[in-house]
Design a protein around this ligand. Structure first.
Ligand SMILES: [Fe+2]
Ligand SMILES: [Fe+2]
Length: 172
């Protein structure tokens, strides 16, 4: 990433938002929180956008930050866990629209980021493709670098404790 200042300018409204900070309490892959994951995806997407002339970098950063803004613990065994991959983009897009004044393009990027999981909703713009690709690159890295949380992630009580701010979770 070349222009950290521009990234910060685009990211600050979301990163400083109290509700967005709730993402620190929810895990993405391994011991990485959704908060950390979303910032990593936004940085990767911004770096890719810098290399592609004409891409709306502001849209890329904001939609990448909000792409997993679903705000529920998904590692608890059950129906929600099973449909999470397919269902969470639409939930995140809806929540992002409720909390932030996002554009239609940002909404679309969030809603389509899980393609090909969401078979009939591929990204509709370059910004959406950049976010979808960045998410997969970061998710692969996080999965490969799991830091010993497998047992905890399978324990519903541990998940609930994290959600309520108890237990071993410490924010970055
Ligand atoms: Fe996602
Ligand atoms: Fe993600």
């Amino acid at each position: 990433m070349q222009n950290q200042e521009l990234f910060n300018e685009y990211a600050k409204e979301i990163i400083n938002n109290k509700i967005f900070k709730e993402c620190k309490k929810i895990f993405s892959h391994g011991s990485v929180s959704i908060y950390e994951h979303s910032i990593a995806v936004a940085k990767k997407a911004f770096a890719l956008a810098e290399k592609n002339a004409g891409v709306d970098k502001k849209c890329v950063v904001r939609a990448a930050l909000l792409h997993d803004f679903f705000l529920y613990e998904w590692h608890i065994p059950g129906v929600r866990y099973l449909v999470h991959g397919w269902a969470h983009p639409a939930i995140a897009a809806k929540k992002a629209r409720e909390v932030f004044n996002i554009t239609d393009k940002e909404y679309s990027c969030i809603k389509t980021h899980m393609w090909p999981w969401t078979l009939f909703t591929p990204p509709r713009c370059r910004e959406g493709w950049i976010i979808s690709i960045s998410d997969k690159i970061i998710a692969l890295k996080e999965t490969a670098l799991r830091r010993g949380n497998r047992g905890r992630l399978r324990d519903p009580l541990a998940s609930q404790n994290r959600l309520e701010g108890r237990g071993a979770f410490t924010e970055a």
